[in-house]
Design a protein around this ligand. Structure first.
Ligand code: NAI
Length: 733
């Protein structure tokens, strides 16, 4: 569809000739009401005449278009906009185009040469645009064009005044784009090349012939149209060609080290690296630019080497050259004493208020122990200090790293002091499109004995799109909690100094302590470490379901969703399913979920009687599943072909989960087993034992059960239609 400007009111400054005139004619031809502004002076900004603007208005009107003239200087910005409002009642588009030249070599540039060029180009564009701004904001539509010049972008002999003013307009445009964006007021900048009175003395005539203003106008029209969503962009345009420009920045080098002062020699020695544009970053916001510094500071803080792989923000060029999968990092040692164990326990909110807590807080307690989740601290220590940045094939950027998920499994209770050896391996590297996920497996040994295993899932923003696989069988999966109200809830307030305390356990990222750092990352104040909330949640489970006995702690998995601010309260909601405690953690004040898909697996209590599921033995459905199992054995392959899905079952009794079953009609020749499916079932049914029997016996039809709320279905609901195949004829059981 052709682009129309019907109903739009467009002001073009300096439209009495050259480029501006071409824009005015083109806008009018497409239905716009045009304000043709021109002071009608000479090329150097002297003189004044209404003739130039009048002639263009006449030409537009002769062609049936709508236009009015305005003869004010752009320095009277308000008057130009008033003309638009008086004539047409609104203003939609401003093209800042008016311009003059006062070329001089720099030494000969007078104050007057400098000032007048700035006044017309930069100050004029400011005044005209400011006069239009609130009208555009109010009507939630506006398109503003700034006209810069190659002389400003690249510099040009004899044009110091003009270059400075023209690039000033680009800076103005960049900020207007940010301030106007949310009101649909967009500002873009063009650097045109065209034959006009400004260029006729410097360009040969045959070249000028091919540089018609008409070859620039179409870009201006497109940028001014409501369909064009570009904002804050810069284009070079001329001779029928249009190109877009952006900034590029080298990866750079860190020239400061924690242990010695930064010197000019350090800069000199890293000069090649500082100047090397290989894999350069394309930064487009101040935030991205500053974020780099956040990464640098944490790198310096963690003692990274001078010249270590530099940090970057908008790492559009970030990519993996060789696969890092399978890479083993050099083993490291972690030595600690009871002090670190106690400090960690305090960091995750353990308090002497709870008498049970003393075993984690007092080294002379007869049962003094280390909290199991201290296992993440040992592992993380191996990764701090630039460990990851040494991985070949991993273009690693600490500023764009998000800790996505964490799994920790304890094989032996953590010693309360000693030296452990830590081995870290890149287990997998996944391509998620918008980013990459790094799965990092870390084993910690006491001598030859494996103490604990960690899996870090680290999301590298912007590093995806390298054509890698999306998922991995090595990833420890998240598990959703049952769909019922939690069985237990614990709430704990974090203190204002929680992050300040927690960081002493080894995560020194200034994001958690330094307000200006946090601000650079877009946070109102320093945020709590995700692994601190993780520690709170694990502690809650241990207290609620394991009598604070660390020996019962087997494993934990969480996904980090949102940050927590120190001082907020953490609410851990728990669901007990046998020895698995599903959990979800919220900020109590906001109800935001901060940890999800999480669970803690416990070892059964040694002295406890085997846990009794409510009337397990008495479930009628057991017989049916046994029968289905037999049938699947007989006709499995055929059923797998027909059904090709995994069905999960949650059978309840007296409102409580009583059994789980999996009917796998997807892999091999099918199988039925008691218990949850190891992966994600295609569809999961929750139904009471009694209702299940009614359905099987044909007394209750499945649709009715579903609509009556007796049968709950999660996942691919369409698959429930295949239920019949599985359940039919069981009435005869
Ligand atoms: P032009 O001289 O033909 O057009 C500029 C117009 O602005 C003139 O009609 C002039 O009367 C008007 N004007 C000057 N001072 C004014 C004021 N204070 N208030 C209102 N109107 C005023 O020049 P051209 O080439 O069409 O330039 C248009 C814009 O494009 C200028 O901003 C120029 O700097 C820029 N530009 C042009 C290039 C080219 O190759 N033609 C190269 C790079 C930038």
């Amino acid at each position: 569809m052709s682009l129309s400007f019907e109903g739009r009111v467009v002001l073009i400054t300096g439209a009495g000739g050259g480029l501006g005139k071409a824009y005015a004619l083109a806008f009018a031809e497409r239905g716009a009401s045009v304000i043709v502004n021109d002071l009608g002076g000479d090329i150097k900004g002297g003189g004044k005449s209404s003739a130039a603007a009048d002639k263009v208005v006449e030409e537009i009107k002769a062609k049936g278009g709508k236009a009015v003239a305005n003869y004010d200087s752009v320095e009277d910005g308000e008057k130009l906009i008033q003309t638009a409002l008086d004539a047409f009642g609104r203003i939609d588009v401003v093209v800042n185009n008016a311009g003059i030249l006062r070329d001089r070599s720099f030494a000969r540039t007078s104050d007057a040469d400098w000032d007048i060029v700035h006044r017309v180009h930069l100050r004029g564009s400011f005044l005209v645009t400011r006069a239009a701004w609130n009208h555009m904001k109010k009507q939630k539509f506006g398109r503003i064009i700034m006209t810069t010049s190659a002389a400003g972008i690249y510099g040009n002999f004899g044009q110091a005044n003009y270059s400075a003013a023209k690039l000033g307009m680009l800076g103005l445009a960049n900020t207007l784009a940010i301030e106007g964006g949310k009101y649909n007021v967009h500002c873009n900048t063009i650097a045109p090349v065209a034959g006009s009175r400004l260029t006729e003395t410097v360009m040969p005539p045959d070249l000028l012939e091919n540089l018609k203003p008409e070859y620039v106008a179409p870009l201006v029209l497109w940028l001014s149209h409501e369909d064009c969503l570009d904002n804050g962009s810069l284009f070079e345009v001329g001779a029928g060609w249009v190109g877009k420009l952006r900034w590029e920045r080298t990866k750079g080098a860190i020239v400061r080290h924690k242990t010695h002062q930064m010197s000019p020699e350090d800069v000199r020695d890293q000069w090649d690296k500082i100047s090397d544009f290989t894999n350069a970053d394309k930064i487009s916001t101040v935030g991205e630019s500053l974020q780099t510094l956040v990464g640098v500071l944490s790198e310096v803080e963690s003692g990274g080497d001078i010249g270590a792989p530099p940090t970057s923000a908008a790492a559009t060029s970030e990519h993996v050259t060789d696969s890092p999968v399978g890479y083993k990092m050099a083993p490291s040692q972690f030595t600690y004493s009871h002090t670190q164990c106690i400090l960690y326990a305090l960091g995750v909110g353990m308090s002497t208020k709870d008498p049970d807590a003393l075993r984690f807080l007092y080294e002379n307690h007869p049962e003094f122990s280390c909290l199991p989740t201290f296992g993440v601290i040992l592992a993380q220590d191996a990764l701090m200090g630039g460990g990851l940045s040494s991985v070949p094939g991993l273009n690693f950027d600490p500023t764009r790293l998000l800790h996505g998920e964490q799994y920790l499994e304890i094989f032996k209770p953590l010693p309360t002091s000693g030296t452990l050896t830590v081995h870290a391996t890149i287990a997998d590297y996944l391509d998620k499109g918008s980013g990459a996920v790094l799965l990092l497996d870390v084993n910690a040994y006491n001598g030859n004995e494996l103490i604990c295993f960690n899996q870090f899932s680290i999301f590298l923003v912007g590093a995806g799109g390298f054509g890698g696989k999306r998922s991995s069988d090595k990833a420890k999966p998240l598990v959703l909690p049952p769909k019922r109200a939690p069985d237990a809830v614990m709430v704990d307030a974090t203190t204002r100094d929680q992050a300040a305390l927690y960081r002493l356990s080894g995560d020194w990222n200034p994001l958690h302590i330094d307000p200006s750092f946090a601000a650079m990352g877009g946070f109102k104040q320093p945020i709590l470490h995700g692994l601190c909330s993780f520690g709170f949640a694990a502690r809650h489970v241990l207290q609620q379901y394991a009598n604070n006995d660390p020996a019962r702690f087997k494993a934990i998995k969480v996904r980090f969703l949102k940050p927590v601010l120190p001082g907020q309260s953490l609410q851990t909601e728990m669901w007990k399913e046998g020895n698995r405690i599903h959990l979800q953690c919220k900020v109590k004040e906001t109800n935001d979920i901060v940890l999800s898909g999480a669970y803690v697996d416990l070892h059964p209590a040694l002295d406890a009687a085997p846990e009794k599921l409510p009337e397990t033995g008495g479930l009628q459905s057991e017989l049916v599943f046994a029968e289905i199992g037999r049938r699947v054995k007989d006709a499995g392959a055929e059923l797998v072909k027909k059904v090709n899905a995994v069905f999960g079952w949650e059978i309840t009794k007296n409102g409580q989960n009583a059994a789980q079953w999996t009917i796998d009609l997807k892999s091999g020749s099918g199988s039925v087993h008691k218990g949850p499916y190891s992966g994600k079932a295609d569809v999961t049914f929750t139904v009471s034992d009694d209702d299940f029997m009614s359905v099987v016996q044909g007394k209750l039809n499945p649709q009715q059960a579903f609509f009556g709320g007796k049968l709950k279905i999660r996942g691919n609901i369409m698959l429930s239609q295949k239920l019949e195949v599985i359940l039919k004829d069981h009435a005869k059981l």
